[in-house]
Design a protein around this ligand. Structure first.
Ligand code: HMG
Length: 388
């Protein structure tokens, strides 16, 4: 039985910040962002757009009524949780109208958790071949204003439907994971923004890639020539590009090198315009590859490098399925271009706004633009969502 991704959808916030504007406000050479980090724009989510609204919007784009009547598990992977107890997946399940006899849970391990979600979905479908599992990777990446991480923020969600006989990509059973207990990036419960050891985190990312890749090659007896493309977790595209260069040693055939680089450029096309969306960013890179690469073919093996600070990393692969192009919807580009451009002061006000709760736990919000769903109000500490 083959198991993999049958459908994939993406949603991001309706507002965007230009990196050139941010550079000017921070007295920084704009080339540092556009060339040094390879970022052009960032998605900015207002307070009424959160991991629930983004996740539900991404799923709504791909699900039919029949899917909603048959999905039997909803997994939301996130590190931007809106509740310490209730899973975001329960809100998403309700907003989408998924049939009641489904399991709904939330998973966390920094930017790695969507990969754990896909693994759980794969195991579940292998035991229950008729099942459909909805895996959502949804995050809002926030760093402090004027910190070195600020230009690497972003917001967005990927929704993936995992089934048997998938129509986009079939997973191979070749996952190699690694855990190392490091403090490169973390966010204690009392802090809205993370603590980051920036340079140390980039070293951990690249060194994890190297060690997991070495083990992967040893155990799977595969080399880079076996891959048509490699997708990476993308905190910012320049680091992923360094990752690709780490995999491509001097002995690599020039034709293979050129193809991997061309496909890599397609895979960062959307991230350049969205920023870091934490656990969804690896899967945004996959969607970007699918929608923007010219020479991908059914049967091609795609590699995935998942990295979540803390740190857990994993390499695995899948093969594109015959007819995969028919499963892609409209390109994301139109929606990305339609986002409203906001100024730096507007971004600073909007992105870091917090709910102004009264003594009974009620709050209302400005009518910001959001995707398909909106956080409408908070009533006695309960978040109330609705379709727009
Ligand atoms: P920085 O201050 O931008 O570092 O911080 P920099 O001064 O070294 O500049 C960055 C690059 O821009 C360098 O390129 C400069 O040379 C270049 P490199 O040497 O690396 O090739 N540059 C220029 N290029 C052209 N024209 C110029 C110019 N000036 C400089 N004028 C840092 C970078 C990553 C530390 C910062 O962005 C940060 O703290 N980011 C947040 C942490 C992060 O993204 N870490 C990545 C690995 S950890 C991870 O991926 C997990 C994560 O997603 C979270 C999770 O798992 O939940 C973050």
């Amino acid at each position: 039985m083959t198991i993999g991704i049958d459908k994939i959808g993406f949603a991001t916030a309706r507002y965007q910040l230009s990196m050139a504007d941010l550079a000017s406000a921070r007295n920084t050479d704009p080339n540092k962002y556009s060339i040094g980090l390879m970022l052009d724009r960032l998605s900015i989510a207002p307070i009424t757009e959160d991991i629930v609204t983004l996740g539900a919007a991404a799923a709504e784009k791909i699900l039919t009524d029949e899917d909603k009547a048959t999905i039997d598990m909803v997994i939301v992977a996130s590190e931007s949780s809106i509740d310490q107890s209730k899973a975001a997946a329960v809100f998403v399940h309700g907003l989408l109208g998924i049939q009641p006899f489904a399991r709904s849970i939330e998973m966390k391990e920094a930017c790695y958790s969507a990969t754990a979600g896909l693994n759980y979905a794969k195991l579940y479908v292998s035991a229950n071949p008729q099942s459909k599992v909805l895996v959502i990777a949804s995050d809002i990446a926030k760093y402090g204003i004027k910190t070195s991480g600020e230009p690497t923020q972003g917001a967005g969600a990927l929704a993936m439907l995992v089934t048997a006989q998938p129509r986009i990509i079939a997973f191979n059973d070749d996952n190699i994971a690694q855990t190392r207990d490091v403090m490169d990036f973390w966010r204690p419960n009392y802090s809205v923004t993370p603590f980051v050891q920036g340079m140390f985190s980039t070293k951990q990312y690249l060194d994890s890639l190297k060690t997991v890749w070495t083990e992967y090659q040893k155990r799977q007896n595969l080399s880079l020539e076996d891959f048509a493309a490699f997708c990476f977790h993308i905190p910012y595209p320049k680091l992923a590009n360094k990752g690709l260069n780490k995999l491509m040693d001097k002995t690599l055939d020039d034709k293979v090198r050129a193809q991997l680089q061309e496909h890599f450029d397609s895979s960062i096309h959307y991230s350049r315009q969205v920023g870091n969306i934490y656990t969804g960013s690896l899967y945004l890179s996959f969607l970007s590859l699918l929608e923007n690469a010219q020479s991908l073919q059914a049967g091609d093996r795609i590699g995935f490098f998942s990295y979540g600070s803390g740190a857990v990393s994993e390499i695995f692969s899948g093969n594109l399925v015959d007819g995969f192009k028919n499963m892609l919807g409209d390109s994301q580009q139109k929606e990305l271009d339609q986002r409203k451009l906001i100024s730096v002061p507007e971004y600073e006000m909007m992105f870091f706004e917090e709910a102004d709760l009264d003594q009974d736990g009620n709050a209302s919000f400005i009518d910001y633009d959001t995707h398909t769903f909106v956080l409408d109000s908070i009533v006695e500490h309960q978040r109330r969502y609705k379709r727009r």
